[in-house]
Design a protein around this ligand. Structure first.
Ligand SMILES: C[S@@+](CC[C@H](N)C(=O)[O-])C[C@H]1O[C@@H](n2cnc3c(N)ncnc32)[C@H](O)[C@@H]1O
Length: 310
């Protein structure tokens, strides 16, 4: 097995390391002069390494829905030199975002990366409301300027819809019980913090020595709903071929089975229609050494395809 040696490991906490960096670079194969889009720029962990390889003459376009992430990434990218543009918004709007900047999106890209989910920065900051370990307001919006927080959604969603969402997006076998308990509690008082919600679920579904916190699946489900995560992904994957140049490489890193299943199905179907070819390194998981160093990489799956016609 290849030893794990992240290229920009220096001065970075393990949880901020870009996941499967070497594998991602291998699949995207950035070259000087090329244009690549990182649709989930985050703190710019992958972006910095892409930008270094696209220069001279190339451009990195970075999208993120979280303005704070863009600010942090901008600081790191500006230290690299090279040309980059940062766009605020969701990646399903990439065509419009590019047009707004005067860039025609059609067959514009040699490479695209989607490193899905939340960033370690979002998870670790209690005030962003993603974590059941650090008590904070029940928010969970990746873009804090977006419409509805988790607390507000939870206060109004009908109990059957809540139960269905927890079952579908959290794959939680206890979805019905959890939804009914949330319903009883919100009739007494609004659920406003991550700690309150986590404690409510833990009382209902005890840990029984299991490693994962009993609230993990419910938090995942609510986060997916609040941020329309699967809708954004499905919509984007369906129109990717339009934005890629012939021979352009697409890499998606996903972190749970719902995302991965969607990526696998769309890649397969679009390949059958002749839009994409399988990438020779197109399905990978992190090596043991990376998982040891950065446990958050454990669930990652990398899938890659190449735009046909190159
Ligand atoms: C896992 S992190 C990316 C980390 C990044 N690759 C790095 O190495 O620093 C995911 C980022 O994507 C953003 N994000 C998630 N879904 C998005 C979407 N639909 N559109 C735009 N940004 C999104 C999140 O705000 C977060 O900053």
């Amino acid at each position: 097995m290849r030893e794990y040696s992240p290229l920009n490991r220096v001065n970075v906490e393990p949880e901020h390391l870009p996941v499967m960096l070497e594998e991602t670079l291998l699949c995207l194969a950035p070259q000087p002069g090329e244009t690549m889009l990182d649709g989930t720029l985050g703190l710019g962990g992958h972006g910095v390494e892409l930008l270094k390889r696209l220069s001279p003459g190339g451009v990195l376009i970075g999208i993120d829905r979280d303005p704070e992430a863009l600010e942090q990434a901008s600081k790191r990218l500006s230290g690299v030199g090279g040309e980059y543009r940062l766009l605020h918004g969701t990646f399903d709007r990439m065509g419009e975002l590019l047009k707004e900047r005067g860039i025609s999106p059609d067959a514009a890209l040699d490479g695209m990366l989607l490193d899905l989910g939340v960033s370690s920065m979002q998870l670790d900051r209690a005030e962003r409301g993603f974590s059941f370990q650090n008590d904070g307001p029940l928010d969970m919006r990746m873009d804090p300027g977006a419409e509805e927080s988790a607390a507000s959604w939870l206060a109004r969603v009908p109990v059957e819809e809540l139960s269905g969402a927890i079952r579908r997006y959290g794959e939680e076998p206890q979805a019905g019980r959890i939804a009914r308990a949330i319903d009883r509690r919100r009739k007494e008082r609004p659920i406003e913090t991550t700690g309150e919600l986590a404690a409510l679920i833990e009382d209902l579904v005890p840990r029984r020595g299991k490693k994962i916190h009993p609230a993990t699946r419910t938090f995942q489900a609510i986060r997916i709903i609040v941020n329309r995560e699967l809708d954004c992904l499905e919509e984007t994957l369906g129109k990717l071929d339009r934005y890629m140049k012939p021979g352009g490489r697409v890499v998606v890193l996903s972190y749970h089975s719902l995302e991965d299943r969607l990526v696998k199905t769309v890649f397969r179907d679009r390949a059958a229609e002749g839009f994409f070819l399988p990438h020779p390194d197109g399905l990978q998981r992190p090596g043991e050494a990376e998982v040891r160093l950065n446990p958050r990489s454990r669930s990652a799956r990398l899938r890659a395809v190449v735009r046909a016609g190159g």
